[in-house]
Design a protein around this ligand. Structure first.
Ligand code: NAD
Length: 549
């Protein structure tokens, strides 16, 4: 049976209040066919990141959310609703724990064994915590990353440069648009034509090429003419990258966003697209070995481009780690994107702040866009982003917006949105959340916490404290996940979402959550010894006990 789920729009409540209505609509929105990569399997994005364990769990969560009282809390264990307790109005309406395993058991084979018994699910980051907003969610982060690459190496613009990458999935699909928004040319290798077509449909990708020489001609011409262009080349990255290297194609920037974090979600060379699912399901160990070998060849080619002077970075998918397991000794010769470009932002508590309009009306997002520009008139890159986003982004599911804001900024935006709901400037409440990839909410030694100044990369107390403080501060739902982004055994991270329903109570909660949540990023980086974080804490008044007399 094929089921189609879509969030309700408008002001008619199905649940008892907007706090639970917000959670229900965002769960449904995650599975909207416009949003989710494989909605029939409840898979939202990122390989196998799911919104609920199975359809029975989805139905039970939905049913519970529609009957939950304003002083009750629903507990969700890896996508399955397991209990409802009486709490209080300031408590979250939903508490979620996804994919968590005890350290020594935290491997993909053990996870899959438990998953096949129906005991767990993979929650990725925003899939199992109901705040995925489609590819736009990563677009802004990708745009900022490529802007940072442009600043570092290419005089502030990607015009006249060619970026080579792979993967046009839910997240990776943001790459071509992020590159062209920065004025550059992108060649993106993707083995599944349907994925490439979907990105063209959503206006994230300009063109598709099926022939290698044709693709090279198109992108090289655009590079010479300094024209922004993105071309998706249908092929296997582990075959195409070595071929591009051997052909001597001039490439300036190389990265990757295939689903390398899960060896079963990376297509090995020599395996046909149509055999993929069956082969991976029937012989997971053999498949894993083959995909790791292919990843090693893929990374070998990336190292070839590095040796020729290209800017090369791992884009947070564990490709280096898997390639190393596949025999590529030099896999870690190029850095991850966080230490290379993003950490200075994390020191200010800056990260991906996002919101979605529960009315379903794009006019509400347009109104919040205007409000953001009024609130932060001095922020030039925010203006550039919000203006471009308004013009170029096709919404998927409920209209939504993302931008990066830091400590001392996010709560101002949240309070303004709550006021706009209260005075009728918006037609219905908005939900305000973020990715788990944020400044103080994740421990992930191959990604967000790679190469921390004090060596604290694998310390996972921080995301747990983050979830606890957001629970104590009044978030509408809070989650703790394991394995998002980089896979089993490699990350622990937390999320929070607040519903701005226009009430005074929501305003009080939002002020605390949206102050304390980015505050975790500041204190985490102060603790690791980053001077910038220390300065931010001092200027903006974040209390650090060890620095008080
Ligand atoms: P996805 O599963 O939706 O898409 C992956 C794509 O890679 C698919 O379209 C697949 O066909 C393609 N692919 C797989 N093997 C290939 C090969 N050998 N050659 C060419 N194409 C191949 O995943 P997604 O949501 O796009 O995420 C991609 C990766 O990025 C994941 O590992 C995810 O964890 C990671 N990620 C990174 C960030 C970040 O901020 N950098 C954020 C979220 C996720």
């Amino acid at each position: 049976m094929t089921r189609t789920v879509r969030a309700a729009r408008g002001t008619q409540l199905t649940a008892k209040n907007w706090q639970t209505e917000g959670a229900l609509r965002m769960l449904q929105n995650n599975l909207d066919p416009e949003v989710a990569e494989r909605p029939q399997d409840l898979v939202v994005y990122g390989g196998t990141g799911k919104a609920a364990r199975n359809w029975a769990s989805f139905d039970a969560i939905s049913r519970t959310l529609t009957t939950l009282e304003a002083d009750e809390t629903l507990l969700v264990q890896s996508g399955k609703p397991v209990g409802v307790f009486r709490t209080h109005e300031w408590a979250p309406r939903v508490l979620i724990a996804n994919s968590n395993l005890v350290g020594d058991w935290a491997t993909w084979p053990e996870f899959r064994r438990l998953e096949s018994l129906g005991l767990t699910m993979y929650g990725q980051m925003t899939a199992g915590s109901w705040i995925y907003i489609g590819t736009q969610g990563i677009l802004q982060g990708t745009y900022e990353t490529f802007a940072a690459v442009a600043d570092k190496r290419f005089g502030g613009t990607l015009a006249g440069t060619l970026t080579l990458t792979a993967g046009l999935g839910g997240m990776g699909g943001a790459q071509p648009l992020a590159v062209t928004m920065n004025g550059g040319v992108a060649l993106v290798v993707e083995c599944d034509p349907a994925r490439a077509e979907r990105r063209v449909h959503d206006r994230y990708l300009d063109e598709i090429a099926t022939d290698f020489d044709d693709a090279v001609r198109r992108v090289s011409k655009a590079r010479t003419e300094r024209k922004a262009l993105s071309v998706g080349l249908i092929g296997n990255a582990s075959e195409v990258l070595p071929r591009l290297l051997a052909a001597g194609v001039e490439i300036d920037i190389v990265t990757d966003q295939t689903s390398a974090h899960d060896p079963l979600a990376y297509l090995p060379r020599g395996v046909a697209l149509e055999d993929w699912a069956d082969y991976a399901a029937k012989k997971p160990d053999e498949f894993t070995d083959r995909s790791r070998e292919s990843m090693a060849e893929h990374v070998d080619a990336m190292l070839g481009f590095l040796d020729r002077g290209a800017e090369v970075f791992d884009y947070g998918n564990s490709l280096r780690g898997e390639a190393k397991l596949g025999g590529c000794e030099r896999a870690f010769d190029f850095p991850g994107f966080v230490p290379a470009y993003i950490r200075p932002l994390f020191c200010e508590g800056k990260g991906p702040f996002r919101w979605a309009a529960l009315s379903g009306d794009p006019a509400d997002i347009a109104a919040t866009d205007r409000a953001m520009l009024e609130l932060f008139p001095e922020n030039e890159s925010l203006r550039r982003w919000i203006t471009m986003a308004g013009e170029r982004i096709a919404y998927q599911g409920l209209p939504a917006r993302i931008c990066w804001l830091g400590y001392g900024e996010r709560h101002l935006a949240g309070l303004r949105f709550n006021e706009m709901v209260a005075n009728g400037e918006l037609q219905a409440p908005v939900v305000i959340g973020r990715d788990h990839l944020d400044s103080g909410s994740v421990a992930s030694p191959y990604r967000e916490t790679e190469a921390m100044a004090d060596g604290s990369d694998a310390i996972a107390d921080w995301p747990l404290l983050n979830a606890l403080v957001n629970t104590a501060s009044g978030a509408s739902w809070v989650s703790i996940h394991h394995g998002g982004g980089v896979g089993m055994g490699r990350s622990i991270h937390a999320g929070q979402v607040c519903v701005a329903d226009g009430t005074a109570l929501a305003g009080q909660k939002i002020e605390r959550v949206l102050t304390n949540d980015p505050g975790m990023g500041v204190i985490r980086h102060v603790d690791a010894g980053y001077e910038r974080a220390g300065a931010v804490a001092e200027q903006r008044g974040v209390r650090i006990p060890m620095q008080e007399n």
